[in-house]
Design a protein around this ligand. Structure first.
Ligand code: ADP
Length: 225
């Protein structure tokens, strides 16, 4: 990302010239106060937000010049996890994960095998037939992570993934993200969780008022909330 600017239609400038380079296999936290531009930054990486100026390359895609028909290919390379899980309520655990693979045209045999593989990775094979409302928050987030990595993305993006979880479930989610990162996936995580950032040390990129104000290897959280 180089000199990236994002101004919303209502006139708010959310990113005011952001430059940052994240290498394959890195784990980086995105921190900063509310309204700083973290979500805009994160959403721009999978083209949920279209930035106005600068250069932005993600997993080989040039996001200022990407064509509409290329966006599904970008989304194969970038898995996303949200604070509120966003599982499909009328689909089972199996169907939620399989669906993410069906939409990119994956073969049924591959889907069957991979769904069980990622469920095994997150320790929830026994929930394969459950519906989201039959799972705890922590379990739902682990399923959401399984879904996000089903297509073997290069990058996993997590927007406050522990925001709705108690400490025990938060650590379980972090354990998973850590393992996924150790297998080679780049992980970017926006968070307000100071304990996690200060304990599980990784690169810290702090955004304030639409600018990167700090970028440290194995940094601290650095705010009092
Ligand atoms: P954070 O995730 O750090 O809380 P955001 O990226 O959500 O920050 O917001 C950055 C700024 O952009 C804020 O001033 C916010 O009000 C504004 N903003 C965010 N989303 C939109 C939107 N869709 N339309 C207009 N303004 C927005």
């Amino acid at each position: 990302m180089r000199d990236v600017v994002k101004k919303y239609d209502n006139g708010t400038t959310a990113l005011r010239g952001v430059s940052v380079s994240i290498e394959p296999g890195e784990f980086a936290y995105i921190v900063g106060p509310s309204g700083a531009g973290k979500s805009t930054f994160i959403r721009s990486l999978y083209r949920e937000v279209k930035v106005d100026k600068g250069r932005l390359k993600v997993a080989g895609f040039d996001l200022l010049n990407i064509k509409k028909k290329e966006i599904p290919f970008l989304r194969r390379s970038v898995g996303v996890v949200f604070q509120d899980y966003k599982l499909l309520p009328r689909k089972t655990v199996y169907e939620n994960i399989a669906y993410a693979m069906q939409v990119i045209g994956e073969r049924p045999q591959v889907i069957k095998k991979r769904v069980m593989e990622v469920l095994d990775l997150v320790g929830l094979k026994h929930k394969v037939r459950s519906f989201p409302n039959e799972l705890s928050g922590g379990e739902q987030q682990r399923i959401a992570i399984a879904r996000a990595i089903a297509n073997n993305p290069k990058v996993l993006i997590a927007d406050e993934p522990t925001g709705n979880l108690d400490p025990e479930n938060s650590w379980e989610v972090m354990n998973l993200l850590e393992r996924i990162n150790l297998q080679g996936t780049t992980v970017l995580m926006a968070t307000h969780n100071s304990q996690i950032v200060n304990t599980l040390r990784h690169r810290v990129i702090a955004i304030e008022n639409g600018r990167v104000v700090r970028d440290e290897a194995e940094g601290e959280y650095g705010y009092n909330d």
